[in-house]
Design a protein around this ligand. Structure first.
Ligand code: SF4
Length: 392
């Protein structure tokens, strides 16, 4: 749910085996996971804690304790400057404005923040008031990712979303009034046909709000969700492949027609407005994840925190670390990660990374093209992303 200038592209270099485990970007990116939500959406299997009242002070205190543990970590030697901060969740807009301000202040107190740093906060429309928006802006947040998902009241109800369709334009107006010039809207497509959702109308309503960025995700029905249980009882007919593909391709066409750059399988932006934080993941840049269930990555190394908020808070309160595990990726895992991350973006991969017969077959089928020595998947290719990666 997931930003200002596009990431500079020319400092990216082709991977050689000797550099494959290293990060290709020297800025640090910080993700702060906020686990709290007012209730669980029907499709959600994220690590969240459902709370009527968010324990903002306890949460802020715990995250700052974790941050203190990171300050002496050698990861800063190669990446001393923070380029992006992303408050994701969960529902970060439910943390008190003071809590967000305190977090931004402390995260940037002992480490330098890049002059053009991107600071994103995910918000649900029902949490956005002019006062809240102004306080996020005053705290230094300069990008908002708004969880819209649909403008259809029946669909919002089916998804167990807490907001109404009418709250979306009101939220956008408040954010614009508060000075936000970089807004992203999230939509979900690929819903079961019997909901009768009109995807093109939802797209039109999103574009009418003039977002700089749009994220659109296909619905996946995970086993341990409300939808998963319904599917298990035979009460849910998943969307058929044809409808899913038609909606994805309709979004691509409409985005292109309106001047958006569909730069990653699920993301599109007006020129200069790509999401820099998410782009950092796709470039395998170094990132620190704070909060329950957050992951961190530096070159080959991966670390992850305990999943549940209560366990996370307990570990930090007792003076310990919330770290649940760490591993070093081996060469095949790195290669697979690069392949997957490269193909999901319009930047693609150097031509030589895809064996020639396979490349020709993809191009012949309309799933890929080669430009400037790089293989890029087309939207038709993105519909088959997992299968194409598996075939390499
Ligand atoms: S708001 Fe997001 S994180 Fe929270 S329950 Fe809904 S989908 Fe999950």
């Amino acid at each position: 749910m997931p930003t200002l200038l596009p990431p500079p592209q020319d400092h990216l270099v082709s991977l050689s085996p000797s550099r494959a485990g290293r990060s290709l970007d020297f800025g640090m990116h910080v993700y702060v996971h906020v686990p709290f939500c007012a209730r669980r959406c029907s499709y959600c299997d994220f690590a969240i804690a459902v709370r009527r009242e968010v324990p903002s002070a306890a949460y802020t205190h715990a995250v700052l304790r974790e941050w203190a543990l990171w300050l002496d970590d050698p990861v800063w030697e190669e990446s001393p400057v923070i380029e992006t901060i992303y408050f994701g969740g969960g529902t970060p807009s439910r943390v008190s404005a003071d809590g967000i301000a305190q977090l931004v202040d402390q995260l940037t107190r002992e480490r330098s923040l890049a002059a053009e740093a991107e600071i994103t906060l995910e918000a649900n429309p029902d949490d956005v008031t002019l006062a809240a928006a102004a306080s996020w802006r005053a705290a230094g947040v300069n990008r908002i990712s708004l969880g819209v998902q649909s403008f259809d009241p029946g669909v919002l109800q089916w998804m167990h979303r807490v907001h109404t369709a009418e709250q979306v334009p009101a939220a956008v107006e408040a954010l614009r009034c508060a000075g936000f010039q970089d807004l992203s809207l999230d939509l979900i497509f690929g819903l079961p046909a019997d909901l009768d959702r009109d995807w093109e109308t939802d797209l039109d309503r999103a574009f009418a709000l003039g977002p700089e960025h749009l994220s659109f995700y296909g619905l996946t029905v995970e086993p341990h969700t409300v939808l998963g249980h319904r599917a298990g009882r035979g009460e849910l007919t998943p969307v058929d492949e044809e409808r899913y593909a038609a909606e994805f391709l309709a979004a691509h066409r409409e985005l292109s027609r309106r001047g958006y750059d569909h730069y990653e399988v699920s993301n599109a932006a007006l020129p200069g407005c790509r999401a820099r934080h998410n782009s950092a993941y796709w470039k395998r840049a170094p990132f620190i994840g704070l909060g329950p269930s957050a992951h961190s990555g530096f070159g080959r190394e991966r670390r992850w925190n305990v999943r549940e908020w209560a366990e996370y808070e307990r570990a930090l309160q007792s003076g310990g670390s919330p770290l649940a595990g760490r591993e070093e990726l081996d060469e095949p895992a790195i290669q697979l990660e690069e392949l997957y991350l490269g193909l999901r973006t319009r930047r693609g991969l150097p031509e030589h990374r895809i064996p020639s017969p396979l490349r020709s077959a993809w191009i012949g089928s309309g799933w890929a093209e080669v430009q400037e020595g790089r293989v890029r998947l087309t939207p038709e290719g993105w519909l088959r992303l997992d299968a194409l990666v598996a075939s390499v």
